[in-house]
Structures are given as structure tokens and as C-alpha cells.
Ligand binder design. Structure first.
Ligand code: ZN
Length: 232
């Protein structure tokens, strides 16, 4: 009779990252991670209702059993950027996550929820999200289309400062913008006019903000006049 030793089984706690994404393996199978169930009504606009299986939390119940510093993944995704900054600094410290959240705060997005779908963001919010995501990158040129849209006046100064830091770091920013604080901070302005819509389409000025202001004294350049009023 041969001796058969008992096989040694080692258990390692490996939890797949994909469980913590509502778009992947962790998704509630009933609503496919959307948190809502859509009912198609013939001839009428469809209606949506919170998913009864996950109660709108988007994940399988076994995924929600995993907690870090008392919070499950659906609770983490429900935090605003501001709340998550505190959580990832004090409760579950993570320098890379805290650094990414800090960038979102700098572009004035501290009220967004981490799990907020991109489709619900406004144009200005998307532009600022794009700006935050480019900051640590090496893109030589960054193009932004009206990043101040919907931004509170006080947050515009922070955004301009952030843009300036990007320029100082060697990036070139091409910004389409009506905001006078952004225009005043530019190194070079290309003013398209003379009016809006059908009345525009021509380059009416090209140069620095100071040159635009002085040019407006001799011409009917509207941007220059508004800029002069804003900086004086
Ligand atoms: Zn569900």
C-alpha cells in the first residue's frame, strides 16, 4: 500500500478588479449594472424604474459584501469627489486616488459623483474632465471647447491657474472661449467676428490681450471693448 500524502492546497485571497465595475463581471445581472430597468412601451417613450434586484446599486450582492473602511463599492461610487477626497485621505488612504481627486477639485468638479455616467455630464463638465485627465499626460497640444461653461465665477480663477500651470509645464493649450478671464490670460488671441453666427467667420484681430485692448480704442472690436472693461 502506497502512502498518499494529502495534497497541500494554498488559498490566496484574489479578488478580481472586474467585480468592482458595474460595466463588467460585478454587474447586477438583472439590470446589467445600470441600476434601472427600462420598459419599452410601444408608441410611447419608454419608462425606467429602479432595479428591484439590486435596488439601484448596480452590483451583485456578493460584490457588496466587500468593504474598505466600512464602505462597499456602490457607496464609494455614490460619493462626491469632495467626499471621496476625505475618504481616500483619511479612511482608506491612497495617494494615487487622492491625487486624481485633487485634479478634479482643481477643475471645479468636486460636486460630481464618482459613479456618475458620462452621458449625464454637461459640455463644460466634459471639457474640464478632459483637462484634468490630460494634466499628467505628455500631450503637446490640448484643445478645449468652452471649458468654463456652467462653471461658477470663483472657480474660473482656479481653472485659469491650472491652464497656466499646464502651459508652464510645456503644453500648448488651444481654447475656444468667450470667458473674458480666460481670454485675458491667453498669450495669443485669434478673435473671430465681427458678430455672432452669420455675422462672423472672419479673423478680426490677432495678437496679445494688451494689443487687443489698445486696438479696440481705435476700432469697433467688441471683444476688445469688453476685455478693456473687464481688466480695468
Ligand atoms: Zn440591478
Amino acid at each position: 500500500m502506497t502512502h498518499r500524502s494529502c495534497p497541500t492546497v494554498s488559498y490566496a485571497l484574489r479578488i478580481a478588479k472586474s467585480l468592482f465595475s458595474p460595466n463588467s463581471d460585478g454587474a447586477c445581472p438583472t439590470c446589467h449594472g445600470q441600476g434601472v430597468v427600462y420598459t419599452d412601451l410601444a408608441m410611447m417613450t419608454g419608462v425606467s424604474a429602479p432595479c428591484e434586484d439590486c435596488a439601484g446599486r448596480r452590483f451583485r450582492p456578493e460584490v457588496l459584501e466587500y468593504r474598505v473602511a466600512g464602505r462597499d463599492i456602490s457607496e464609494v461610487l455614490d460619493m462626491t469627489v469632495a467626499e471621496a477626497s476625505t475618504y481616500f485621505t483619511q479612511d482608506a488612504p491612497s495617494k494615487p486616488v487622492a491625487a486624481a481627486l485633487s485634479l478634479l477639485r482643481q477643475v471645479g468638479l468636486d460636486y460630481l459623483r464618482l459613479g456618475q455616467p458620462l452621458t449625464t455630464l454637461s459640455g463644460g463638465e466634459r471639457q474640464r474632465l478632459k483637462l484634468a485627465s490630460r494634466i499628467d499626460g505628455d500631450a503637446p497640444v490640448i484643445v478645449l471647447d468652452e471649458p468654463t461653461t456652467g462653471l461658477h465665477l470663483a472657480d474660473t480663477a482656479t481653472l485659469v491657474e491650472m491652464m497656466q500651470n499646464l502651459v508652464d509645464a510645456g503644453h500648448t493649450l488651444v481654447v475656444i472661449e468667450h470667458n473674458l478671464a480666460v481670454i485675458a490670460a491667453a498669450d495669443h488671441i485669434i478673435d473671430i467676428g465681427p458678430g455672432a453666427g452669420h455675422d462672423g467667420g472672419q479673423v478680426v484681430f490677432e495678437g496679445s490681450p494688451a494689443e487687443l485692448v489698445s486696438a479696440s480704442a481705435q476700432s469697433a472690436n467688441l471683444t476688445g471693448r469688453y476685455l478693456a472693461a473687464a481688466v480695468h
